[in-house]
Design a protein around this ligand. Sequence first.
Ligand SMILES: C[S@@+](CC[C@H](N)C(=O)[O-])C[C@H]1O[C@@H](n2cnc3c(N)ncnc32)[C@H](O)[C@@H]1O
Length: 271
Amino acid sequence: MADLLTDKEFEIFKKMIYDESGITFSETNRSILDSRLKEKLREKNLSSVMDYYNMVNSDKEEMKLLLDAVTTNLTRFFRNQAHFDAFIHYVIPHVLENKRKSGETIIKVWSAGCSTGEEPYTIAMILKEILPPPYTFQITASDLSLKCLMTAQQGFYADSRVDGIPADYLNKYFTKVDGGYQVNSDLMKSIKFDYHNLKNDSGQRNLDVVFCRNVLIYFDEPAQLKVINHFWDSMAPNSYLYIGHSESLFGMDTKFEFLKTDWACLYQKHN
Ligand SMILES: C[S@@+](CC[C@H](N)C(=O)[O-])C[C@H]1O[C@@H](n2cnc3c(N)ncnc32)[C@H](O)[C@@H]1O
């Protein structure tokens, strides 16, 4: 199919999306932007892509919808099991050690770029299984995609999407319904879903663990650094940061320390 965007239009949209979200388009993924904009023109019954540009610029809600349309939301339950093994056997025991010293009992976790919810529900199930009393947890799960957040909040997953969930967890935390599984309300209530653009500071503080996996990959380095610096500000001393296993902070001007556990690699904020 013929390209919609001229080179100049591509540059204009690319800059706007980057400035709004940090999401970076290049020649490699230009066709994705092209096809999403074609859909937008059809949906709005517009013939010129610049008319759509003007619409987006004068309507904050349409801007949100455009950003939603250009995100990639692939995710799954228990994605990268090694990360969760490190969570169970290394991260949480160390967090609990710190909590015992400070007398605090709440473990605060953020799933940043949570997509349709599989990641925060995975974290919640694990914490419910492993935290000894009196410890409890708070999970905030955020994304830029309203569509994804709605799915996450509904907590319904088709049969094909619950593959990675161990059978005992599926029985305990989900109810079988027509065509899929519904997250039980107790698990659902343990997560606060929130719209948040990672370009901005979330205002959260003293987090013990941040998961931001397979999100930075869509940003260029300056945008990644901005996000990472926001994480630093929102995290407690001796806290842990997960990024995707194909992502890295290598060469970036950050104080996070690389941490290699027996299970997986992650990052630590020491103070
Ligand atoms: C590939 S999914 C990753 C989901 C999950 N973390 C995982 O690893 O399975 C990337 C998510 O990042 C979100 N995202 C992209 N840019 C964002 C931004 N600037 N602020 C917040 N979320 C963003 C997308 O909407 C998408 O849902």
